[in-house]
Design a protein around this ligand. Structure first.
Ligand code: 3PG
Ligand code: MG
Length: 405
């Protein structure tokens, strides 16, 4: 990975710093259900204000599509952030314009100002130069700490880095270092555990991963497609018949690259997809025509866990079964706990990310026992696909042209 500048390269004292955070936290019925993204960006905010910076926080929240949508205001999230820090936090109900200018003029060193949802303006997602210029007026320095939004080439994630001296925040730095340790220069042998429902959404990801890792464990409904492609009957299981050829091509490519693919050898099957549905365990080649695979079976878990013991690095994206409904969470939980145990013993480095993955690890009670858990969903996936994320590209680019501060 090319170099990028961090807070180590920055003297924030007395400066107006535009900090792009990702405060796009999950909210249900008006309540924040998980504050991870707030918690993980706070060290950057606090470091900057404690060094005398004036921190102006920018973020999107949800997808208001260029209009002001009251339920998508950042105000409640700003309030939650204010509660978590002893520094003064103010909120302004726009991210550009006279009210913002006034608030910024009134800022003192060490103050925090949170601005309203950048996506209330259509210019944000369009990366419109005029909108970028309006945002840029508010600051002298740009710090991007929103790795989880770095796959978007928006005004506040990409455009600003072209206008102001640009730096990675501490969370961005941690994410980039962890991801680089996972796939760019990892300790081998490296395994990837890729689960989830559909190959079609993870095709590029699997294609990239097989050329980098030594073992690929495939789980979730995605495994059914691989099995069916190899002629194993999967009954009524979720699978993508139109992806069989692609699945076979991936297997061939993995063989060429020397990547061992491990598919389930047994399954937990049921006739209904609901919590507590009666279930049985069967060998993978004995799935009845009227049954569906809802989880990997115990022999598969044993096989994966045995292989984990020989690995130095594990990248985890996606669950092994329908972990949201019991008892189909068993395989995901058992493998997650084994990965956590090996990690705790210092034998394995585990890097996990992607929306469902974090909930699955949390469900297993081990989300805080991995070596690194990314705050990103889509950005983590695109990174695993081997794509250069626009928000990262511009930061590394900015590091090449050192702008005097
Ligand atoms: C995310 O939650 O993945 C990021 O905040 C990006 O949000 P988006 O998918 O709405 O661009
Ligand atoms: Mg999203």
């Amino acid at each position: 990975m090319a170099a990028f500048r961090t807070l180590n390269d920055l003297s924030p004292a007395g400066k107006r710093i535009l900090l792009r955070a990702d405060l796009n936290v999950p909210v249900r019925e008006g309540r924040i259900t998980d504050t991870t993204r707030i918690d993980r960006v706070l060290p950057t905010v606090e470091e900057l204000v404690e060094k005398g910076g004036r921190v102006i926080v920018l973020s999107h929240f949800d997808r208001p599509k260029g209009r002001v949508v009251a339920e998508m205001s950042l105000a409640p999230i700003a309030a939650a952030m204010a509660e978590k820090t002893r520094h003064t936090v103010r909120f302004v109900s726009d991210c550009i314009g006279p009210e913002v200018e006034e608030a910024i003029a009134a800022m003192k060193d060490g103050d925090i100002l949170i601005l309203e949802n950048t996506r209330f303006h259509a210019g944000e997602e369009k990366n419109d130069p005029e909108f970028v210029a309006s945002l840029a007026k508010s600051g002298e320095i740009y710090v991007n700490d929103a790795f989880s939004a770095a796959h978007r080439a928006h005004a506040s994630t990409e455009g600003l880095a072209r206008h102001l001296p640009a730096f990675a925040g501490r969370l961005m730095e941690a994410e980039l270092n962890a991801l680089s340790a996972a796939l760019e220069k990892p300790d081998h042998p490296v395994g990837a555990l890729i689960g989830g429902a559909k190959i079609s959404t993870k095709l590029d990801l699997i294609g990239n991963v097989v050329s980098k890792v030594d073992i690929l464990f495939i789980g979730g409904a995605m495994a059914n497609t691989f099995l069916a492609a190899e002629g194993v009957p999967v009954g009524k299981s979720l699978q993508e018949a139109e992806m069989h050829e692609t699945a076979r091509a991936i297997i061939a490519r993995a063989q060429q690259a020397g990547c061992k693919i491990i598919l389930p050898v047994d399954a937990v099957i049921a006739r209904e997809f609901r919590e507590g549905a009666p279930s049985e365990i069967c060998p993978i080649d004995a799935v009845p025509a009227d049954a569906m695979i809802l989880d990997a079976g115990p022999r598969t878990v044993a096989l994966i866990n045995e292989q984990l013991a020989g690995l130095k690095t594990l990248v985890w994206n996606g669950p092994l079964g329908a972990f949201e409904i019991k008892p189909f969470d068993a395989a995901t939980v058992a493998v997650a706990r084994e990965a956590a145990r090996l990690t705790k013993e210092g034998k394995l480095k585990t890097i996990a990310g992607g929306g469902d993955t974090v909930s699955a690890l949390r469900h297993a009670g081990v989300a805080d026992q991995m070596s690194y858990v990314s705050t990103a969903g889509g950005a983590f996936m695109e990174w695993l696909e081997g794509k250069l994320l626009p928000g990262i590209a511009v930061l590394t680019d900015a590091a090449q042209h050192v702008v005097p501060l």
